[in-house]
Unconditional design. Structure first.
Length: 372
């Protein structure tokens, strides 16, 4: 055990013995999120995981990479790109300095998530420190290495509420052989209908993004796969084929929330994340709330709305078979709305409580979230 891991383990052991909370921090790129904030307030010690850095192993032929939690995400992606490989779920860079551990703990995926899967689908194994200061390893480096509860994947989206992630093994994939982006002038209802219809056909759909700016609805559709399949899809779907560097720039901006739809958000508006069935129709948003930005072929809808619209958004999402959570609070210092761990369903809330008690009986992680 090296010095960085030993020191991390000792910090958790001391916190457990004293029953005092710890705030887990990676690169700090998601500190804005309600579940990444240190709820007990100032004075809670920060556990910085950036010293736990470095790629432990990488086997391009096996499509597996293992890295420590504090490893910069940019470093991992550079290494993969050299071998023509990638993290297919396109982890968002909401700021510079993101880490591998924070990527897994936040569980956020980019534009391709609806087609290739989420972060958790690519987690093969994890090493963690639980609230008892036990260093545990789950899973491994192959897909068929799991029996019973898949604890390593449980870490994805846990926001550091269950344990400290110290190391993860990830499945990686080759970059796409061929890619094309098509653009269509559709209003929201037509865009959703087209995406629903296309989803039932053998098309190499990879990502989609619809938004309305200046009164004009615009759908971007990305195709990836075999060259013949992409070319055939372009011929059958029509639309305007976009070329050049601006295409890659658009999808990076979509992934990292740098499109103008995101960056021009008014200070009094919060950013809400609605997770819905892809077949859900356009929602009748509260009066005064602008049209959403839609990703994941209809499954992810971003809405800019004031905090007081939260109950209405949650009700609308529930009626459509999904959920609405606050993703980014207003810029005016208002009280933030509940995050994803403030569950209304008593069954899910009870399951969550039992999980937290099993991993963290002293509650040292429940007052803080991963900020990586």
């Amino acid at each position: 055990m090296d010095a960085a891991l030993r020191q991390t383990l000792e910090r958790v052991r001391d916190a457990a013995a004293q029953r005092t909370p710890l705030a887990i921090r990676g690169g700090g790129t998601k500190a804005f999120h309600p579940d990444a904030s240190c709820r007990p307030g100032p004075g809670v010690p920060m556990l910085d995981l950036r010293p736990l850095a470095g790629v432990v192993s990488y086997e391009p032929s096996e499509l597996v990479l293992t890295a420590r939690a504090g490893t910069p995400l940019a470093e991992v992606e550079r290494l993969l790109a050299e071998q023509g490989q990638c993290l297919a779920f396109e982890p968002p860079r909401l700021a510079a300095g993101g880490t591998v551990g924070g990527m897994v703990a936040a569980g956020l995926s980019g534009p391709a998530r609806a087609s290739v899967g989420a972060v958790r689908d690519f987690v093969l194994g994890a090493e963690i420190i639980n609230g008892r200061a036990e260093l545990l390893r789950y899973g491994g480096q192959v897909m068929k290495n799991v029996a019973g509860y898949d604890v390593s994947r449980l870490m994805a989206g846990s926001w550091g509420r269950l344990a400290v992630i110290t190391e993860v093994s990830l499945k990686v994939l080759p970059m796409a052989v061929s890619e094309a982006t098509l653009a269509f002038d559709f209003e929201q209802a037509e865009a959703l209908a087209r995406l629903h219809a296309w989803g039932g056909k053998p098309l190499p759909l990879n990502a989609s993004c619809w938004s309305s700016e200046d009164g004009r609805g615009r759908l971007h559709l990305r195709l990836r796969g075999a060259r013949a399949a992409v070319q055939a899809a372009c011929r059958s779907l029509g639309g305007e084929r976009l070329e050049g560097a601006r295409v890659q720039s658009f999808w990076r901006a979509c992934r990292d929330q740098r499109l103008s739809w995101f960056t021009f958000r008014e200070p009094h508006l919060a950013l809400w994340r609605l997770s819905l069935p892809q077949t859900a129709p356009a929602l009748a948003l509260p009066p005064g709330v602008a049209a959403p930005l839609i990703e994941w072929h209809g499954g992810l809808r971003w809405v800019q709305a004031a905090p007081e619209h939260g109950p209405a958004l949650r009700a609308l999402a529930a009626q459509a078979g999904g959920s609405a959570t606050l993703f980014m609070a207003t810029g005016q210092g208002r009280t933030r709305a509940p995050g994803i761990f403030d569950l209304q369903d008593p069954v899910l809330a009870g399951l969550q409580q039992r999980l937290q008690e099993a991993f963290d009986p002293a509650g040292i992680f429940r007052g803080a979230g991963a900020r990586g």
